[in-house]
Design a protein around this ligand. Structure first.
Ligand code: PMP
Length: 351
């Protein structure tokens, strides 16, 4: 073989590994890509593709750690039932990890979540109970209250409770954080995250406080969520509603340590949808709607900086889960989120 051909074949196989024992060994160690097709001001912006996990989201990591911790603590026994309240992705992770181990998976999911996620959950063998998206904590049909009640009714059931389970932030403190730090060569100025359960924020915030105190945690929050307003004003507003799935809250989850947040941005649904569609058309990265919120906030943060910085954000889950929503022009128009309906300078946020 010529030298050229040897070099080409080495390139073709350089990222390959010997066969894995299980698809679960593919959880974590996700790649990071630099975004070069957006105006990032003085900053370099990197995006970590959590969509590459086998369940297609960042939640595979916490499923693995919450199940391992429950087994270790004797809260989950062979043949047991795992109950969870989820926007879909934590349920997918729990089913992905738990079903091959012989656990029954029962999930309570608010009805705004995409059809693709529900079909994926059912195909994995999870039992899905749909409930209302338009009610808040304390209402009997609120998804978290329903899951907690259900877990109490099923003998020996384990309520995973990502909102308060310490194994959730721990997964990010011990895996996601060290991966980012290593992938960016130990030089990270800011990490832009969303909060659903708060696990990502708190785990990464704790990790970076230890290894890199200069690293700022930046919150990307949907308009309607109580979190960004609470950080900015100290006041708890009444929650509104938003279309983006998986992030934004109507309460502060025990796992969300908001004191770690240095800067918070409220992002509209329209800005999120536009950003995530631009991520696909410009960079070829297919991501879910919450990643649009993160990208939009990350771009704002980048453009506000007066000195060069290295900023990281996430593709929290794959856009395959939302083909019938954000990537469907008719759906977008129906929701009043289509691009041509924009006014003013919205587009500036992603240019
Ligand atoms: N993005 C998506 C798509 C999610 O489903 C979630 C969690 N529900 C998050 C982001 C937020 O992550 P965390 O729960 O760690 O705050």
């Amino acid at each position: 073989m010529s030298e050229h051909k040897i070099a080409a074949s080495e390139r073709a196989t350089s990222r390959l590994r010997p066969p894995y024992a299980s698809v679960l060994d593919l959880i974590g160690q996700t790649p990071v890509v630099e975004l070069t097709k957006f105006d990032t001001g003085k900053c370099r912006l990197f995006i970590k593709l959590e969509s590459q996990n086998p369940g297609g989201s960042i939640k595979d990591r916490i499923a693995l750690s919450m199940i391992a911790a429950a087994e270790k603590q004797g809260k989950l026994r062979p043949g047991g039932t795992i109950v969870e309240a989820t926007a879909g992705n934590t349920g997918l992770g729990l089913a992905q990890v738990g079903i091959p181990k012989g656990y029954r998976i029962v999930l309570v999911v608010p009805d705004k979540m995409s059809r693709e996620k529900i079909q994926h959950l059912r195909a994995l063998g999870a039992e899905v109970r749909m409930t209302r998206s338009d009610v808040g904590k304390g209402h009997p049909e609120y998804y978290q209250d329903m899951a907690e009640k259900l877990a109490a009714e099923v003998p020996g059931a384990f309520y995973a409770n990502q909102f308060a389970n310490p194994a959730n932030p721990l997964a990010h403190e011990t895996t996601t954080g060290p991966e980012i730090f290593a992938q960016l060569g130990g030089d990270v100025d800011a990490v832009v995250v969303g909060v659903g359960s708060g696990g990502t924020l708190t785990g990464l915030g704790r990790y970076f406080a230890k290894v890199s105190p200069k690293t700022e945690m930046v919150l990307a929050d949907p308009v309607g969520s109580v979190l960004a307003p609470l950080i900015k004003t100290g006041k708890m507003e009444e929650a509104g509603s938003w279309t983006v799935e998986g992030i934004g809250e109507d309460f502060v989850p025990p796992n969300a340590d908001l004191s770690l947040v240095k800067k918070a941005y409220s992002i509209t649904d329209k800005q999120s949808m536009l950003a995530v569609r631009d991520l696909l058309s410009r960079e070829g990265i297919l991501a879910g709607s919450s990643s649009g919120t993160l990208l939009s906030a990350a771009l704002r943060y980048c453009r506000e900086q007066t000195v060069p910085k290295r900023v990281v954000t996430f593709v929290c889950d794959s856009g395959n889960k939302y083909l019938s929503k954000v990537f469907d022009d008719f759906w977008l128009a129906e929701q009043g989120l289509a691009e041509h309906e924009q006014h003013g300078d919205l587009r500036d946020l992603v240019m």
